[in-house]
Design a binder for this molecule. Structure first.
Ligand SMILES: *[C@@H]1O[C@H](CO)[C@@H](O)[C@H](O)[C@H]1NC(C)=O
Ligand SMILES: *[C@@H]1O[C@H](CO)[C@@H](O)[C@H](O)[C@H]1NC(C)=O
Ligand SMILES: *[C@@H]1O[C@H](CO)[C@@H](O)[C@H](O)[C@H]1NC(C)=O
Ligand SMILES: *[C@@H]1O[C@H](CO)[C@@H](O)[C@H](O)[C@H]1NC(C)=O
Ligand SMILES: *[C@@H]1O[C@H](CO)[C@@H](O)[C@H](O)[C@H]1NC(C)=O
Ligand SMILES: *[C@@H]1O[C@H](CO)[C@@H](O)[C@H](O)[C@H]1NC(C)=O
Ligand SMILES: *[C@@H]1O[C@H](CO)[C@@H](O)[C@H](O)[C@H]1NC(C)=O
Length: 648
């Protein structure tokens, strides 16, 4: 029995292959498309669903060529490729991946043949969804299924089925149909609804500092206690003087209700800005779907954003930093990565169907449903901003907290951004091998109670997506005195660097040799009940940097924050500076960097001490070479710059 939720249903790919053998497969022969092997423990079947309940069926069509992702990415991002750096235009991305006209036409023909009136069938602008306005009764006949009402422990009731079928003739075109078997993921027809809460914040841990730190901001004597911009420059060889390059860009993404406070940035820059960052220095604000700056104080609201922006700006000033501030104050329907991605890629944005009504925020919001900071009652923002050349995001969630198809769609978008020359970085998580707030997975696929110490490892997404760069955490050994570039680092110990192996995403070619070396020399000592030990899946993180006790201005004073929330913006700053150097040399941005990083382990200071415990285990250990705690190790800016400047 497979333990994770995402693996609790299987997609019948083998059946689709069999279809190709028939010359004229019939529309009336239906094959099982997806089915659930188990109903998660918290749900109970209550009754048969009534045939008259209205349903909007969404048929997700298969994008073409996604199976060639590794090949496409390697061609432009592998240092040995003749076409390195030749990024794709947005039009080439659309032309390559959009579902074929044939897939759309044949799927619609099936619906018409089943008697669905044409005015009840519509397409989304991105062409990858067909919507059908129907009822439970008609959906049962279209999909050869039975819909039931299910109820969970807290009273939520929804309509779902346990398997469904589609015609053999068009099964190859169809990715998924919703709502069907996604009932435990709240992507179903919900009758009564639980209130949703933000579940993807890796809120950094913090400690309070004295109001006036009693040491020189340029001092390197206390870097094992408090991390400052000066410590990071010394550790990673980051230049102090930056020459801005027109057209270079670096973006930080923040989600409501969290947002930065300008007074706090001013206080931080006045002490740690090396006398060069003027009072009032702010990011370029790009609000998405009601994005706003909160009027509230406290580390819960300001901590994450103040931290991310203080270090992104301090390390790249006077280069501009862009803030993508996403989502309004409606807490029960919070914005997600998909809402952000819609705003920077119009082709991803399918206003009427691409985003999931049960995971993503759907706008407009009801004007009466937020707090004083504002409710977004406009249309979803679609392709209104350009993607910056580097994007860092310090949010993540448990890989299996959403359906595999949802994860795959989002991950494919990061691949497309990479093809277009954008570097996307995510912090790897702060709970070691466990998921958010220490949750692990039980054999029935549900989570252990928060804080419990048993169960299966719970990898974090988007870290497990092969098409982003996942940034883990390190620390200086306690009580290290003055630091220098040879100072050894250890895995973070005040929190544990998120790391491990995906249950969903296969091993990308750029990582194959590193992962096989890892297993050749180290036996993590866990069997397949504990994690996906097939050696054929994506491992994370890719790199790791200092992530403890970053001094940050907050509510007029200072606090020290710990988490991979800190290391991702720092690494992003290094990549943004390297893009500037490449632009000065007449070259393009670096885009997706992982193939270059894995081909050049010598630019990293390997981290070989520490571990990432969780789920009642010691987790994995940092060892020589790549490992699922600190990845390739800590990067040296000058060495990394040299590698990228030598590439076309
Ligand atoms: C080092 O930082 C700590 C804060 O964690 C502070 O209490 C201490 O005074 C600092 N030491 C020096 C020598 O600055
Ligand atoms: C930074 O942004 C400002 C305002 O958008 C713009 O005027 C300036 O040219 C930008 N600087 C660089 C170096 O791109
Ligand atoms: C920054 O400027 C504001 C006014 O624009 C002022 O109130 C504040 O005291 C200044 N902060 C610092 C740290 O100089
Ligand atoms: C996006 O980039 C294009 C081309 O460089 C430019 O014309 C446009 O003004 C930019 N849009 C925004 C919102 O910055
Ligand atoms: C660090 O130094 C403090 C004060 O000298 C001491 O109490 C503590 O045990 C030391 N920690 C380690 C890990 O050596
Ligand atoms: C482990 O990964 C492989 C390869 O992607 C996959 O086929 C398998 O289902 C995964 N196992 C679990 C338990 O998730
Ligand atoms: C993994 O090991 C545990 C403890 O030794 C055992 O109970 C379990 O059956 C094993 N699982 C597999 C798939 O071998």
């Amino acid at each position: 029995m497979l333990a994770s939720l995402a693996s609790a249903y299987s997609i019948c790919a083998a059946a689709a292959l069999a279809v190709a053998a028939h010359a004229h497969p019939s529309l009336s022969t239906k094959l099982t498309h997806e089915k659930r092997d188990i109903i998660p423990g918290q749900w109970t079947k209550v009754s048969r669903a009534e045939a008259t309940v209205p349903v909007t069926l969404r048929i997700g069509l298969k994008q073409r060529n996604l199976e060639r992702a590794d090949e496409f990415i390697s061609a432009i991002a592998h240092p040995g490729s003749e076409t390195y750096g030749q990024h794709w235009t947005p039009q080439k991305v659309i032309d390559t991946f959009a579902p074929s006209d044939e897939a759309i036409a044949e799927t619609e023909q099936w619906l018409l043949a089943e008697g669905v009136a044409s005015d009840r069938i519509s397409r989304t602008s991105g062409r990858n969804w067909i919507k059908v306005t129907t009822t439970v009764g008609e959906a049962e006949s279209l999909l050869d299924t039975t819909y039931n009402v299910y109820e969970n422990n807290d009273g939520t009731q929804l309509v779902a089925c346990e398997s469904y079928s589609v015609p053999a003739a068009i099964q190859g075109h169809i990715d998924l149909v919703a709502p069907t078997i996604q009932f435990d993921e709240r992507e179903a027809i919900v009758i009564t609804r639980r209130l949703k809460q933000r579940d993807d914040s890796t809120a950094p841990k913090f400690k309070k500092l004295p109001p006036h730190p009693d040491f020189d901001a340029d001092s390197l004597k206390n870097c094992s206690e408090v991390t400052t911009p000066a410590c990071l420059r010394a550790l990673y060889n980051i230049p102090k003087k930056v020459h801005p390059v027109q057209g270079n860009s670096y973006g930080i993404v923040e989600f409501a209700p969290q947002s930065y406070n300008q007074d706090d940035l001013n206080v931080f820059f006045s002490v740690y800005g090396s006398h060069s960052i003027p009072n009032g220095t702010a990011p370029i604000f790009q609000g998405i779907d009601g994005g706003y700056l909160s009027s509230e104080s406290g580390s819960g609201i300001r901590g994450e954003s103040n931290l991310d922006l203080s270090y992104a700006i301090a390390l790249t000033y006077p280069q501009n930093v862009t803030l993508y501030q996403v989502g309004d104050s409606v807490a029960w329907n919070p914005a997600t990565n998909n809402n952000f991605l819609d705003a920077i890629d119009g082709s991803y944005c399918t206003t009427d169907g691409g985003d999931s009504p049960d995971w993503d925020a759907i706008y407009p919001h009801d004007a009466s449903s937020g707090n004083a900071d504002g409710v977004y009652t406009g249309q979803p923002m679609c392709g209104v901003y350009n993607a910056t050349k580097v994007i860092s995001v310090s949010y993540g969630s448990n890989e299996d907290a959403r359906p595999a198809s949802y994860r795959a769609r989002e991950c494919a978008e990061y691949m497309k951004l990479g093809l277009m020359g954008v570097t996307v970085l995510f912090s790897s998580g702060d709970d070691g091998v466990a998921g958010l707030r220490g949750q692990c997975v039980k054999p029935d696929g549900s989570y252990t109670p928060v804080g419990a110490e048993y169960g299966r490892f719970n990898p974090m997404f988007p870290g497990t997506c092969p098409w982003i760069t996942s940034v883990g955490g390190t620390a200086l050994p306690p009580n290290s005195s003055t630091i220098h570039q040879q100072t050894r680092e250890i895995a973070s110990y005040k929190f544990f660097s998120g790391g491990g192996f995906s249950n969903l995403f296969p091993l990308p070619s750029y990582q194959a040799s590193a992962v096989s070396q890892y297993y050749a020399h180290h036996d993590p000592g866990y069997n397949s009940s504990t994690y996906n030990n097939t050696r054929a899946v994506r491992g994370y993180p890719d790199v790791a940097l200092a992530a403890q006790d970053y001094v940050t201005g907050i509510d007029g004073g200072f606090m020290a924050f710990s988490g991979t929330s800190a290391s991702s913006p720092t690494f992003g700053a290094m990549i943004a500076l390297i893009n500037g150097e490449r632009m000065k040399a007449g070259k393009g941005p670096v885009g997706f960097i992982n193939p270059v990083l894995y081909a050049h382990p010598e630019v990293f200071r390997d981290v070989v001490e520490g571990k990432n415990p969780g789920c009642g285990t010691d987790g994995f250990s940092a060892v020589e070479g790549w490992d699922p705690v600190t990845g390739l190790g800590a990067p040296d800016y000058e060495k990394l710059k040299k590698v990228f400047l030598a590439l076309p």
